[in-house]
Design a protein around this ligand. Sequence first.
Ligand code: ADP
Length: 614
Amino acid sequence: MIARAMKYCIKTTFRHSPFWSLALAVVSAVSALSVLVNVRVLERMIDGLSGGTGNPKVFLAIIFWIVSVLAMNLSLLSGKYINIHINADMEKNFMPTVIDKYAMIEYRHFESKGTQDLFYHVNASSYGDIVAVLNTVLNILSAAITIVEIIYVFSHAVLWLGAVIVVLMAPLLYFDLSAAYIEMRQRWTMTKDIRKRYYFQSLFADENALQEIKVFNSKDYFINESEKLTQSINKDLKRNIGRVAKNKLCIAAILCLFSLLVVGASSLMIAANQMRLGTFVILISSIGVFVSAEQRLASGLSSAVRISENVNILLRLLELDEVGDGDGTTDEAAPENAGRAVNAPENAPASFPENAPEIVRKNEAVIEFERVSFSYPETENVVLNDVSFTVKRGETVSFVGVNGSGKSTIIKLLCGLYKPDGGTIRINGRDVSKLSPSQLAKELSVVFQDGQHYMLSLRENVGLGNIAGLDNDGLLKDALAAAGVRDLFQLEKGLDQKLGTLYADAVNLSGGQWQRVIIARAFAKPADVIIFDEPTSSLDPIAECEMYNTIHNSLLKAGRTAILISHRLASCVVSDRIMVLRDGRICECGSHGELMNANGYYAEMFLKQQSWYK
Ligand code: ADP
């Protein structure tokens, strides 16, 4: 696993920043090799100064020594400079790949608890880990080269001392690696608790949660829960610190014994005139070089294990299934423009002109569900069972049913977030499973229940539904007017008024106003079909009724096809057709009047809800 992550990181950095990655490798090699030059030159210098060799050689040795010290320091400085360039190249060339991947990952992964930890670990600076692995690998190599150089220096002076280092490397590496693994395991087991604690703490920064916490006086509960998690995390930390410390103590003991051995043996040899002064000095100073190289090796190995684990998490994320790219082809029976009305061309206008003539309804299917069955992955429950229906151009169709009857699932399938287990779903005659995400995105616009309140300008809040139209004031104003918030662009700064709470001059909106801005965002997109997924759940019945009248009038004027999901049946009364879901099937279908006359399940639900308001 570690080798795989390392290979990936080295390949990725060399691919996205070839020049600077190579430069970093060269600089690391120079830094590692200059140790041997430095030690050997120091030996010559001391021997020369103590009269062992002639003066010209001493002079040369001094120059070499200065050059080697300079090389070591320069490589350290240039390493930092080179890393800035590698990081910049990675941000420019690699990050778009990760962001693309996020957009392409199959939706079921976002709903899976199993992959939540992955998302928690991978963040916007993941490329930093990839660059860090390259640095770590080079550090390990450079420390290893230094150790080989030191072995050479010792063997050259006293052969058996070189052999001792070779033997000692085995236990040293063992203790280094086991400390690194303890740290890695600790991180992974603590993730779940850390994520839970983060959730509890983030509640205090969430406007909605904070309101509830105040009203229900639940502050102490969350503080206590968070405290319990902190205690459990700290307990784990302490236990593991103890284990790591044992390994580190063993390493320190080995290094101490080795230092004593070198000092003792070389002192005896120099006293017996069996060693030159230069050799004695370099052996003593090489102890420090060896200890620091061993520490670099240990921290390199520990970082390699830790960061490789991060990279493996990133790799797992990059390997998650993507939404099928679709074959991009059009069915023979359904050419590119099949199903489009003559008066609803490919780039249907997104505006809602006040006096637009009502669009003549064509009797053509825009949405078709043909014998669709579906269960969520890894579950037994059949949510949709052989469901078939058609929505025609310009129609407004409502789906109703009790909680859990499958209304949102129909929307998720239509948006291509899940694939049906059986049957076919078509939009404008084209099989949804064969459309690429971008092809499908062109067809649909959605108003989500918890649509995003962007802490940005009014222009961005609406224009993010149709980026090409961000500067098209007419389009944005029409969308706002269609959503019933014409007054918003009369704010002091017009469309450029900042909304929310992020900016000092921002204006915050009421729940109803935000909801209408979210609807305007969906209207701004020139898609054939607009889906409203419980868009008014946060509004009171009067505001909801007004909102639905606005939506219906605007849809009618623009000739848009719409699907509505609402738990309040009164909001569906004006829909052209209502489909009633029960036990995974459509049990009734018709206009409000037809369904009431039929006096079935819908009528029963409607009358029950109506009685609440009497
Ligand atoms: P509705 O929108 O009508 O309230 P849903 O379509 O959300 O109903 O849910 C239909 C059924 O599917 C419910 O039984 C629900 O528990 C189940 N369900 C919804 N989402 C998931 C999911 N991601 N994984 C497993 N089961 C799910």
